[in-house]
Ligand binder design. Structure first.
Ligand code: HXC
Length: 511
């Protein structure tokens, strides 16, 4: 290599690294945002990033674009490692044409997507983009569809994670929407199909970008996003933590993480956690944390459908997906939001060989016109369908109520669960004693003494785990303090579980 060429290489790299120029980098920083490359530096292990297509440029000649060429064309792509494990990624550079997606920009993204799929390595996309490159027209739209096609192909084959760190408007929302998880940054990121101006023109609604598609909107209201963080650095560091729970692809198991937490650790506080009064709530999140290695629970959609907790823990170093009714919110009832949240999570775990722990305390499906009109029948069926289809190890612990249709849904033996435990406080019945009495003894409704007696009789009969245990629907009634040891042993035994399913092209989950 001559000195001239070596110098040219250095110059070209420097030029590419400057993106849209210092002024635009300053403006990015002034908004509290990192640049595309700074984000990669925070996310990946130091020195591990290898960039591809750094010099790639667009091919548009319209609107004076032939005189505006910036190497890299608004997206930084390549691969690196997170805690030593590989990942392909792209990071859109808002300083270059607003991170907008041109044909070339899309080709760069597609290249890393193809490599990720071919090599069985996850893909992380960092979005900060004004959407389709307006000067390019249909070539840009074609680029989007190429990306969408690959998102669908990769779904269930490799984990795909989206980190929204700026605008994501129009077509830019649909690639993240097809990935497994979307995380956002509060105040600086937003996602919407049409922006506030179009909304005002079409519907007369006046709304800010933040209200329409900010991180709080999507984590609390729409459930489009799975988590929101205060700033870029927090978000990327949490993404590093999250990544360590996931396998590289559908054909391998998640990584084991060394732990100093004894696998058979007893927790006596669990013995007294369930209140005497069955109508009094307790915090199921506390149960999850007490069972997890080092209390570490990476919760998904924490701000949405709080009546169902989902997320990842480790037991004895192994990743476990947790689905748990939360009695603190809506008494833990299943509703539309919780069913959708749970179903998607169960399907992710099943696709990527992550065993599922179900913690059950559920008084039933939430009644009411808003639920029925909203289609609780179809949405509740999603969770039912997801569990029934899951072939990963399934361990269920009934901590208190397992009533009615919700018992049928929350990973009972009859849907294929492998090991089902109940705490002594479990109550497994068609419904609560009061409701049951009012239906069975309608003629005695005017006699409070008789009703009290019938209610007590019903409670005596069903407010315990033993009727279900006598049928073999519960494998064992366990002391709450020993739950971690029991589930650790169960998952260890189920490690090589294999289930063969009938041939089909794919299922038809109720959508
Ligand atoms: C080309 C774009 C661009 C785009 C932004 N820029 N969006 N260039 N195509 N889509 C450029 C701007 O011209 C500007 O260039 C620079 O990026 C920064 O943009 P600003 O507007 O100055 O930044 P800001 O004020 O922060 O506003 C960001 C923004 C806004 C809200 C994203 O730029 C915007 O509304 N852009 C258009 C969004 C949009 O309608 N996209 C198309 C969606 S339709 P200079 O040179 O001045 O720095 C779509 C269809 C796909 O995506 C459908 C597939 C299903």
């Amino acid at each position: 290599m001559t000195n001239t060429i070596a110098q040219e290489l250095l110059d070209r790299r420097d030029q590419a690294r400057l993106g849209g120029g210092q002024k635009r980098i300053d403006s990015q920083h002034a908004k509290g945002k990192l640049t595309a490359r700074e984000r990669i530096d925070v996310l990946l292990d130091a020195g591990s990033f290898e960039e591809y297509d750094m010099y790639k440029i667009h091919r548009c000649a319209d609107f004076g674009m032939d005189k505006q060429q910036i190497p890299g064309d608004g997206v930084v792509t390549g691969w690196g490692t997170i805690n030593g494990r590989p990942v392909y990624l792209y990071s859109q550079d808002f300083t270059v044409f607003g991170g907008s997606l041109s044909e070339s920009h899309a080709e760069k993204i597609c290249k890393v997507m193809d490599l990720a799929m071919q090599n069985g390595v996850p893909l992380i996309g960092i979005s900060d983009s004004g959407g389709a490159r307006i000067q390019e027209g249909v070539a840009s739209l074609a680029g989007y569809s190429e990306v969408f096609y690959r998102n669908a192909q990769a779904s269930g084959a490799i984990p795909q994670i989206s980190m929204i760190m700026g605008p994501s408007a129009g077509g830019a929302v649909y690639s993240p929407a097809m990935t497994d998880f979307i995380f956002m940054v509060k105040d600086t990121s937003y996602m919407f199909v049409t922006g506030p101006d179009v909304v005002k023109t079409v519907t007369n609604e006046v709304v800010t970008s933040e209200e329409l598609g900010g991180a709080l909107t999507h984590t609390k209201k729409s459930s489009v996003a799975d988590g929101a963080y205060d700033n870029d650095v927090d978000a990327l560091l949490e993404l590093r933590r999250f990544y360590s729970f996931l396998p590289l692809n559908a054909g391998v198991k998640p990584p084991r993480q060394a732990t100093t937490d004894e696998w058979d650790r007893e927790d006596t506080s669990l013995d007294t956690l369930i209140p005497e009064n069955p109508n009094q709530p307790y915090d199921m999140r506390e149960v999850v944390q007490k069972l997890a290695d080092e209390g570490d629970f990476f919760e998904i959609q924490k701000e949405f459908a709080g009546n169902l907790l989902v997320g990842f823990i480790r037991i004895n170093g192994e990743t476990i997906g947790v689905v748990a009714n939360q009695p603190m919110v809506l008494a833990g009832c299943l509703d539309i939001a919780a069913s959708r949240k749970g179903a998607r999570f169960v399907r992710f775990c099943n696709a990527f060989s992550i065993p599922i722990l179900t913690l059950e305390d559920v008084p039933g499906f939430l009644p009411g016109t808003s639920q029925e009109y909203g289609g609780i029948i179809k949405h509740g069926a999603k969770l039912l369908f997801a569990y029934a289809q899951a072939t990963v190890p399934l361990v269920t612990v009934i901590t208190r109520k397992a009533y009615g249709g919700a018992y049928c849904v929350m990973a009972p033996k009859h849907l294929g669960a492998d090991v089902n435990y109940a705490w002594p406080s479990a109550q497994i019945a068609v419904m609560g004693a009061k409701g049951a009495t009012e239906i069975l003894h309608r003629a005695d409704l005017d006699d409070p003494d008789k009703i009290a007696q019938h209610t007590a009789d019903y409670e005596d009969r069903f407010a315990n785990p033993f009727i279900a245990a006598q049928r073999g629907f519960v494998d064992e009634v366990i002391n709450p303090r020993s739950t971690r040891r029991r589930i650790a042993r169960a998952f260890e035994l189920l490690k090589n579980k294999e289930v063969h399913q009938p041939f089909k092209k794919h299922d038809n989950i109720p959508l």
